[in-house]
Design a protein around this ligand. Structure first.
Ligand code: HEC
Ligand code: HEC
Ligand code: HEC
Ligand code: HEC
Ligand code: HEC
Length: 436
């Protein structure tokens, strides 16, 4: 009985193969017409599992991923509003370009509807587990030029000796390299090629690249900077590993983490920001009522420029406050006004782009060239000098406060993009005070 059943299966299998071969032959003539549909055909063979399918066996990694920004890449309200604006001003093609990274898996299968609330659950999962773990190749740095293979169900990762009862596993060197992250983290303007985000290029030129310290070593470890080893179990029933990488990939986003109630993510971001820089007073002197203050700002913890990523939006600046013996403020720089905006003369580290008429623009799709790029290179520093006069009558000792402050976005952009106009939090990355 059993044997007969097997031969029946064999017969059916043989017939299917024969039929396919015949069909293939008759289709050969049509191959030219089909050729340009190759892309469509390819996407039909791709399918992704939802992150929930991984949760049961990888509970720790799942909760780390949940605390990162990858699962909210698409539903991130700031992103959503900005992508909608890009669509309105620059067209659907540009908006689809935006979605290609922020809904990284879904866009390989489907077009995201104009009304993003109607997008599929896969789109809403942003950058899901299965997209990253089915990548076989990063074809080019930036703009998500990748290849995935999902048909075999193989999950690719850093282990050469891993066994899972649920899926095939395969060692993948690319997953251990900075180029893996660079696939999405380097963003180039889709038509003029201008770099919009370039953490990889900045890292590649840095001492970290020469020492072999990659993105994963700082962003996929429990603390800021290199905190290895991190022993533990990566799967229920799996072995205890001497080291595994965490998935709470967070940079400095203290805004969206807070807004979405992601307290763990907020704490990681705050800790990262507090570990990134050091300030030092190089010179502080007073001649009559003229005061000079020289401050050195050093990037001690980031493997790329400070800040990096979407530097058209991120703001890092120096605040200086000098008070006299009565506590009266005699000098103030880098203080937010009542509306939450920074004065024009603030010593700020960011990137300013110009539109086609040469005017500054905050909309990256309008960018044609870089007007200003003032940031701090990895393991490098910048010196800022402040010269000001003390009002007559003010007496010392004077108290000097210097702070390096950071926020994820300017308040006026958030006020324009988000209906509720949430207040953008500001964090002190590092501070010092001096009395003289
Ligand atoms: C039935 C349990 C189970 C499910 C469900 C499961 N895994 Fe696994 N997975 C394991 C086990 C066990 C290992 C081996 C762990 C080890 O070797 O330390 C593993 C290993 C891995 C590895 C490491 C592969 C390597 O060679 O480096 C990756 C990546 C991975 N899983 C991804 C996923 C993803 C993505 C999903 C969801 C689509 C998923 N897993 C669902 C049990 C599971
Ligand atoms: C943004 C891409 C990305 C996403 C999203 C992602 N991973 Fe990973 N994962 C990686 C990389 C890269 C490594 C390897 C790091 C290394 O070894 O340098 C890794 C490693 C792993 C490993 C091996 C153990 C370890 O942590 O080192 C497992 C298991 C795993 N991932 C499962 C998952 C699961 C389950 C999810 C979703 C809950 C997930 N990953 C989401 C990129 C990703
Ligand atoms: C498939 C595309 C993709 C890949 C691959 C990818 N990322 Fe991301 N990543 C994103 C997107 C999109 C966001 C923005 C999320 C948002 O809009 O809130 C993001 C956000 C982040 C952030 C948060 C930044 C902040 O402001 O706090 C960090 C850190 C990060 N990724 C690190 C990594 C690292 C490290 C790797 C490689 C192991 C990696 N990513 C691989 C797409 C990707
Ligand atoms: C030596 C440790 C280190 C390495 C290596 C490193 N980073 Fe970072 N990264 C940091 C720290 C610290 C911050 C927080 C300060 C900041 O926001 O710039 C950060 C922030 C970020 C941010 C958020 C920036 C922002 O302000 O929005 C992104 C995105 C990011 N890193 C991506 C990467 C990528 C991609 C790589 C690899 C090419 C990488 N990082 C390598 C330490 C590192
Ligand atoms: C090649 C991949 C890629 C493309 C394409 C892309 N982004 Fe992003 N985007 C990212 C990554 C990675 C980050 C995280 C960088 C950081 O945190 O500094 C990000 C961050 C953002 C953020 C900040 C989110 C926050 O919470 O602070 C906004 C807004 C945004 N992108 C809008 C857009 C728009 C609009 C487009 C299309 C014009 C676009 N992106 C296209 C990868 C991409």
């Amino acid at each position: 009985m059993h044997k007969r059943f097997r031969s029946l299966i064999g017969f059916i299998f043989f017939s299917v193969i024969l039929f396919s071969l015949l069909t293939l032959q008759s289709c050969a003539k049509k191959s030219e017409e089909v050729a340009d549909k190759e892309e469509d055909k390819k996407s039909q063979t791709i399918s992704f599992e939802m992150p929930e399918a991984c949760r049961g066996c990888h509970p720790i990694i799942f909760s780390q991923w949940q605390a990162s920004l990858h699962p909210v890449a698409f539903i991130d309200p700031l992103y959503w509003a900005e992508a909608e604006l890009a669509g309105k001003e620059a067209g659907e093609k540009v908006r689809n370009f935006c979605h290609s990274c922020h809904a990284a898996a879904a866009t390989m299968l489907e077009t995201i509807p104009a009304d993003a609330t109607k997008a599929s659950p896969l789109a809403k999962s942003g950058v899901p587990c299965d997209l990253c773990h089915t990548i076989t190749k990063v074809k080019k740095i930036g703009n998500k030029d990748i290849e995935v293979e999902t048909e075999s169900g193989t999950k690719r990762g850093p282990y050469k000796d891993s066994y899972s009862p649920y899926h095939l596993t395969e060692y993948s060197e690319i997953h251990t390299k900075a180029e893996f992250c660079a696939a999405c983290h380097n963003v180039y303007h889709p038509t003029n090629g201008l770099p919009i985000e370039n953490p990889y290029g900045e890292w590649k030129e840095s001492p970290y690249a020469k020492q072999g310290i990659v993105c994963q070593d700082c962003h996929m470890t429990p603390g800021p900077q290199v905190t290895k080893p991190n022993p533990g179990q990566v799967a229920v029933g799996g072995p205890t590993r001497e080291h595994y990488y965490t998935h709470s990939t967070i940079g400095g986003n203290i805004f969206i983490t807070k807004l979405l109630g992601n307290e763990t993510g907020y704490q990681i971001a705050a800790e990262r920001l507090r570990s990134a820089a050091k300030i030092e007073i190089l010179d502080l002197k007073k001649n009559d009522n003229q005061m000079t203050l020289k401050v050195k700002i050093e990037n001690i913890g980031a493997g790329h420029y400070l800040p990096t990523g979407l530097t058209v939006m991120r703001q890092m600046w120096v605040k200086v406050q000098v008070t006299d013996s009565r506590g009266q403020i005699v000098y103030l720089s880098g203080e937010l006004d009542k509306k939450g905006n920074l004065p024009d003369d603030t010593r700020i580290f960011n990137t300013v782009y110009a539109d086609k008429n040469g005017n500054p623009t905050e909309k990256v799709w309008e960018a044609t060239k870089i007007l200003k790029d003032k940031r701090i290179p990895p393991k490098g520093y910048v010196v800022e000098e402040f010269n000001f006069s003390i009002p007559t009558g003010s007496k010392g000792p004077f108290k000097v406060y210097v702070g390096l402050l950071y926020r994820s976005a300017p308040q006026h952009i958030v006020d324009k993009l988000l209906k509720d106009k949430p207040k953008v939090p500001v964090i002190e990355m590092t501070t010092l005070t001096r009395t003289f």
